[in-house]
Design a protein around this ligand. Sequence first.
Ligand code: ADP
Ligand code: MG
Length: 229
Amino acid sequence: MNAIVTLSGVTKRYTRGKQTVEVLHGIDLEIAQGDFVALMGPSGSGKTTLLNLIGGLDQPSTGSVAVAGERIDTLSGSKLAKWRARHIGFVFQFYNLMPMLTAQRNVELPLLLTSLSAAQRKKNAEAALAVVGLADRSKHKPNELSGGQAQRVAIARALVADPTLLVCDEPTGDLDRNTADEILHLLQTLNREHGKTIVMVTHDPKAAEFASHQMHLDKGLLVGTTVAA
Ligand code: ADP
Ligand code: MG
């Protein structure tokens, strides 16, 4: 398999005061380039923790995390932040858009860290908004958008710098069924037609059906992997 993500013996412990809690107990996994993985499991099973390790938002207590051939568990904070900006597009449950900025400005944000000119940033942001079907909403602010549209803007922002990996944490958790299905279809299209590798946390079995693989976490351990029929 042409693995784009490889985790070996990954544990994660959190310390609060005198108490240490181990949340992930030794995770080994591989994700192939071009895959669309749904990471499932009950609340508190460690899904967000694991996703954040894959996306370089956090680092493991032990074990190794490699993405696109690079070990990220050993990168220092500032190197990790740079690495993240280059390689990861994040999508969150509550969109995390900047309320004062238009859709287009929100989508441009990841490009401020690059050497692109203002004109090129605008062009790329508009192209990303077109991919998610929102070319006609570029001047709208988040409070002028529906939940589904706001999540599309967030997906455009995640895509705009052409990341190696799209990492989504409960992207449909705040949406009604129909809107959720539209977002899931969009993610599926990004995967199938644009070749984006996607890791999506969800506790919704219907959402997971849109993925090509399902991984199940239970109490900090992977308990099974299913391939879509
Ligand atoms: P899930 O996303 O599956 O609901 P999480 O990964 O958010 O689960 O959390 C798994 C466990 O780790 C929970 O028991 C949670 O309380 C704990 N946890 C998560 N983040 C922290 C943190 N920053 N400090 C301490 N404990 C945490
Ligand atoms: Mg979570």
